[in-house]
Design a protein around this ligand. Structure first.
Ligand code: ZN
Length: 273
């Protein structure tokens, strides 16, 4: 009987909070989705599990099922410690952002293997990436991939203007970014709605980089020469898009269905189709 209560799972600790005298509740990103578990006695000085339950570490857990409360951590073993994400302020800040984005877009019990792989690989890259341009590019690519997996894939190829749908050609510009419509606007549609709330301009170079973040493997993306102004613009555009969707949709529950749909569409290669 005891064997049936225990199960093993790979996990990344994305959030921790103290509970009672010595326990800690951990929010985990796992291949089976986002879950909360409890690690009992882990804040005691001699806890053997504590060192294997660090924030952002990839760890392998044995959990005991609980009917009435959180499942309980029975054993923990570190797979990838990702040590520099806790020791280095810059890397730590990026790691917190990356984990928080997952936390906010994925509800408990939702998510799955593609999101776990994306988070695991991104945190791994963050340990090695050069501070500045390379880290920034990595996080921009993470945003685009995460958005696709949670059902908010921005459209950067075709105009999202009402009844338009024409291909966005980089030589034309300036384009518009329309978060509510889910992507970019061609110059004509942008001119028509530029004074609407939420619409911001988007340069051809920024559009091109957003496309690359969506579909290029990071090994190729990191080699791109990207002017700082373009990288800054893409960062602002992503924030604008993400903020809009977090505020609009996280409350509605619509996205839960989209998560499942997007994960079914996911091709399993680590690249978003
Ligand atoms: Zn258009």
């Amino acid at each position: 009987m005891a064997g049936k209560r225990l199960y093993q799972i790979d996990a990344i600790v994305i959030r921790r909070r103290d509970q009672g005298e010595a326990d800690r509740v951990l929010t985990l990103c796992t291949p089976q989705g986002k879950v909360a578990v409890i690690a009992k006695g882990v804040r005691k000085v001699h806890s053997r599990k504590a060192g294997h339950l660090e924030l952002f570490a990839h760890t392998r857990l044995v959990l005991a099922r609980s009917r009435s409360s959180w499942d309980i951590v029975s054993q923990a073993e570190t797979v990838e410690p990702h040590t520099s994400l806790r020791g280095d302020l810059t890397r730590g800040t990026y790691a917190r952002y990356v984990a928080e984005l997952y936390d906010r877009f994925v509800a408990e019990g939702e998510g799955g293997e593609p999101l776990f792989d994306l988070l695991r690989r991104t945190l791994g890259y963050l340990c090695e990436a050069k501070p500045g341009r390379e880290m920034n590019l990595l996080v921009r690519a993470y945003e685009q991939r995460l958005l696709a997996l949670v059902g908010f894939r921005p459209e950067w190829e075709w105009c999202v203007g009402d009844g338009c749908g024409q291909r966005l050609r980089e030589e034309n510009g300036p384009f518009g970014l329309a978060p509510a419509q889910g992507g970019a606007l061609c110059p004509a549609c942008y001119r028509a709605v530029r004074h609407w709330p939420g619409i911001v301009p988007l340069s051809p170079a920024a559009l091109q980089l957003l496309r690359a973040c969506q579909r290029e493997p990071f090994s190729r993306l990191r080699e791109r020469p990207v002017p700082p102004a373009v990288l800054n613009e893409v960062e602002r555009a992503a924030r604008h898009y993400i903020t809009y969707h977090l505020e609009q949709d996280l409350r509605s529950g619509v996205f839960l269905r989209r998560v499942r749909r997007e994960e079914e569409r996911y091709d399993g290669s680590g690249n978003v189709p």
